[in-house]
Design a protein around this ligand. Structure first.
Ligand SMILES: NC(=O)C1=CN([C@@H]2O[C@H](COP(=O)(O)OP(=O)(O)OC[C@H]3O[C@@H](n4cnc5c(N)ncnc54)[C@H](OP(=O)(O)O)[C@@H]3O)[C@@H](O)[C@H]2O)C=CC1
Ligand SMILES: Nc1nc2c(ncn2[C@@H]2O[C@H](COP(=O)(O)O)[C@@H](O)[C@H]2O)c(=O)[nH]1
Length: 325
């Protein structure tokens, strides 16, 4: 089984068939909707809030609201729908989460997307929640995770998940691999490949994206959508606090399983870090789209589909040769 991560892979170019990169189509149909690019900001408290969710939905981007403002989720769905926008929320698996599903069902507030998001998603607790949502909110597109194996993908799909989220421990704010010895950290791209081969529905590659080219690589190895945390953390619109150190501006980014999210040091698998401030998220999203258009042109095609067929080589870290952007 080949084991590699994003930095170990280069995609092999094909003859270009377009006259301008602007002809390359980066849109992706994911569930009931089509989005500008196959990218979703991570459903973490330092990455997304209500304001950014509204902006993303208004501007043709996918979003998944985090689940840490527990009491507000019902109102959030209503607020998005009142503005004619799609609603996309996250849930856990504890008893109160079943009560939220009951409430949404009772008032007929049906979110277009519901993401079941726990650390170890290959679990009966997730399977039961998938079944419960599918029974009570059959109109919602259910994303479930996180998993890191083909068996995990198949079991969640068989339970009724419409998409699965792949990635255990590759995140920048993650310390799972250090604290538990488990996960896809260091071989996330290979795990995406294995999981995608087993999947019969879309998968989201979650965690470990460090450069825009990693988005194209995720698509090459079978992802339909890519979830990104740290690369988005430094923006004006992302909710982390602004910190100044030695005259330089940073924003805080912390893991959802860190003490900063949990409010206590118990079963901690995440840390806090400072990410350089980098202005508006709109510019980063535009650059991601431009870079993806270039990727499509190098693949010799006109749309994301062409990326799936390109050859690749394993170059074991040497591609960087000390280079950074
Ligand atoms: N993608 C990743 O690599 C990781 C992501 N995270 C993120 O952190 C957030 C919090 O996750 P999580 O702690 O699961 O959420 P919760 O605290 O809501 O826990 C969900 C449920 O799963 C149980 N649980 C959690 N971890 C395990 C485990 N390893 N084995 C058995 N049961 C478990 C919890 O019980 P109990 O707490 O009593 O064990 C609880 O009942 C999520 O947003 C998640 O995505 C966290 C770690 C890894
Ligand atoms: N192991 C942990 N993983 C976490 C935690 N909080 C979030 N996450 C995962 O990371 C990605 C984002 O990764 P990045 O490399 O783009 O920064 C996120 O979507 C979660 O899946 C955590 O506390 N521990």
């Amino acid at each position: 089984m080949p084991v590699f991560d994003y930095e170990d892979i280069q995609l092999v170019p094909n003859k270009c068939i377009i006259e301008s990169r602007s002809e390359a189509n980066t849109t992706i149909k994911f569930g009931p909707m089509t989005f500008k690019i196959p990218v979703v900001p991570a459903n973490m408290a330092t990455i997304i809030d209500e304001r950014l969710a509204i902006w993303l939905a208004q501007n043709g981007y996918f979003y998944i609201m985090h689940r840490f403002d527990k009491e507000n989720r019902h109102d959030f769905v209503k607020k998005m729908h009142d503005q004619g926008l799609f609603a996309s929320i996250s849930v856990g698996v504890k008893q109160e989460e079943y009560e939220l599903i009951d409430q949404l069902s009772q008032y007929d507030f049906v979110p277009e997307y519901i993401t079941i998001d726990i650390a170890h998603g290959h679990a009966d607790s997730v399977i039961n929640m998938i079944r419960y949502i599918k029974k009570n909110l059959p109109g919602s597109f259910v994303i479930a995770g996180n998993v890191g194996t083909p068996e995990g993908v198949r079991e969640l799909e068989n339970a009724g998940a419409d998409a699965t989220k792949v990635g255990i421990g590759p995140g920048k704010a993650c310390i799972t691999k250090l604290k538990t010895g488990f996960g896809t950290g260091g071989w996330q791209l290979a795990a995406v490949r294995l999981c995608a081969k087993a999947a019969s529905k879309p998968i989201i590659a979650d965690g470990g994206i460090r450069n825009n080219g990693d988005i194209a690589k995720s698509i090459r190895f079978g992802a339909s959508m890519v979830m990104i945390g740290s690369l988005f953390a430094g923006h004006t619109e992302t909710p982390g606090d602004v910190v100044e150190e030695n005259g330089q501006k940073f924003k805080t980014y912390f893991g959802s399983a860190s003490q900063y999210q949990k409010g206590e040091y118990k079963n901690v698998e995440g840390k806090k870090l400072l990410v350089p401030y980098r202005g508006s998220i709109a510019n980063t999203l535009r650059e991601m789209q431009e870079d993806l258009q270039s990727s499509i042109s190098y693949s010799g095609g006109r749309s994301l589909k062409a990326l799936r067929k390109v050859d690749y080589v394993i170059v074991k870290n040497s591609i960087f040769n000390g280079d950074t952007i």
